[in-house]
Design a protein around this ligand. Structure first.
Ligand code: NAD
Ligand code: TYD
Length: 353
């Protein structure tokens, strides 16, 4: 095979779309999905490719260095696309150390193992680190995040991601590893765990439960359809310049309350309910501690240098997303009940002692 790419966090929301794209588009690559299957990892996201000849799954924690070394050896890993992380801001507020462990120490473990394994030929291999726009902090006076905006992380989640970005750059500078980093805005789409705003609201509307809006709902996020993020990762992996950073965004800013109203309107239409039915579920709740006001990405660099741009308009993407959640009730039911966690045992441990 031409390459053996280790994709970490491939059972998660974004990772599953990246794995699927790479497995289907590049049959000449060996794609190794390494994931320890936390609550956010769900192998049911990968049913479409789980039997592909070039797809391999390794249930490994990035905190387990000997297990990482073993995976590099057995598969002859040539490149890494690193997505494994704790990803939810609210969880980072209640348990910051979990974010330090996976996002910081886990990333450094992976850098160390890759560096040692590629020792003789560091320049021939790529370590691609997938990160977030939240490392830049909160925008208050207009403007956009560019690749040169100073880091100013405000939550334990963004502090841990900022730290991991710094380590990747430090390894490039100190050990001359070939690295690239991308920082993306908020993703939405199929397979997203229903703790994040959009799937949470879709799920709650279906169940007639309150839609919790933090504060006044005036916070602004820039939303990108997850498949467009996966397409951008493909482009950065293959064409990105060594040592560079690329910001990825949807040119698509929305206040939270406006998104939730749009979801309510679309859900009423799709569920055949009277207009205004779902909006009655909107409930303003206590604000998130240290809630960043606005994120907005300037994605000019990736657009101009690598020719990437989003393929979907937001209303189209939201409609596809709602349709996916309505068509995959069983997925949602198994995720919310916890039954999805039995999938690994049922499908991967068969026949083992
Ligand atoms: P997710 O929470 O849906 O998935 C994370 C995956 O990582 C899960 O499959 C989980 O099992 C795995 N994982 C967690 N800890 C691990 C460990 N110690 N060892 C091995 N695997 C582990 O996250 P996501 O939303 O898909 O985000 C993926 C990456 O993209 C993260 O690095 C995140 O910071 C970044 N990102 C996310 C967004 C977004 O809007 N969701 C935006 C920009 C960047
Ligand atoms: P989230 O999906 O958690 O992503 P992030 O915090 O990484 O941007 O939240 C998106 C926005 O929605 C953010 O401003 C917080 C807000 N929010 C709510 O108002 N209510 C909720 O229940 C959740 C989960 C988020």
């Amino acid at each position: 095979m031409e390459k053996a790419i280790l994709i970490t966090g491939g059972a998660g929301f974004i990772g599953s779309h990246v794995v699927q794209l790479f497995v289907e588009k590049y049959p000449q690559y060996r794609i190794v999905n390494l994931d320890c299957l936390t609550y956010a990892g769900n192998l049911e996201n990968l049913k479409a490719v789980e039997h592909a000849a070039n797809y391999f799954f390794e249930k490994v924690d990035i905190l387990d260095v000997p297990a990482l070394e073993d995976v590099f050896q057995r598969h002859g890993i040539t490149d890494v696309i690193h997505l494994a992380a704790e990803s939810h801001v609210d969880r980072s507020i209640s348990d910051p150390l979990a974010f330090v462990r996976t996002n910081v120490i886990g990333t450094v473990n992976l850098l160390n193992v890759a560096k040692a394994f590629w020792a003789e030929a560091l320049a021939e291999h790529l370590f691609y680190h997938v990160s977030t726009d939240e490392v830049y902090g909160s925008l208050h006076d207009g403007g956009f995040f560019t690749e040169t905006t100073p880091y100013d992380p405000q939550s334990p989640y963004s502090a841990s991601k900022a730290s991991s970005d710094h380590f990747v750059r430090a390894y490039a500078n100190t050990y001359k590893m070939r690295t690239v980093i991308s920082n993306c805005s908020n993703n939405y789409g199929p397979n997203q765990f229903p703790e994040k705003l959009i799937p949470l609201c879709i799920h709650n509307i279906k169940q007639g439960k309150p839609l919790p809006i933090y504060g006044k709902g005036e916070n602004v996020r820039d939303w990108l359809y997850v498949v467009d993020h996966a397409r951008a990762i493909d482009v950065v992996f293959h064409q990105g310049k060594t040592g560079e950073t690329y910001n990825i965004g949807g040119f698509n800013e929305w206040q939270n309350i406006a998104i939730v109203r749009l979801l309510c309107q679309k859900m009423d239409e799709k569920l055949g309910q009277a207009p205004g039915t779902s909006e009655q579920l909107i409930t303003f709740v206590k604000d998130r501690a240290g809630h960043d006001l606005r994120y907005a990405i300037d994605a000019t660099k990736i657009q101009q240098e690598l020719g990437w741009e989003p393929s979907l308009q937001f209303e189209e993407g939201i409609s596809l997303t709602i349709d996916w959640y309505l068509a995959n009730e069983e997925w949602l039911e198994r995720v919310t009940s916890g039954a999805y966690q039995a999938y690994y045992e049922a499908h991967y441990m068969k026949g083992e002692a």
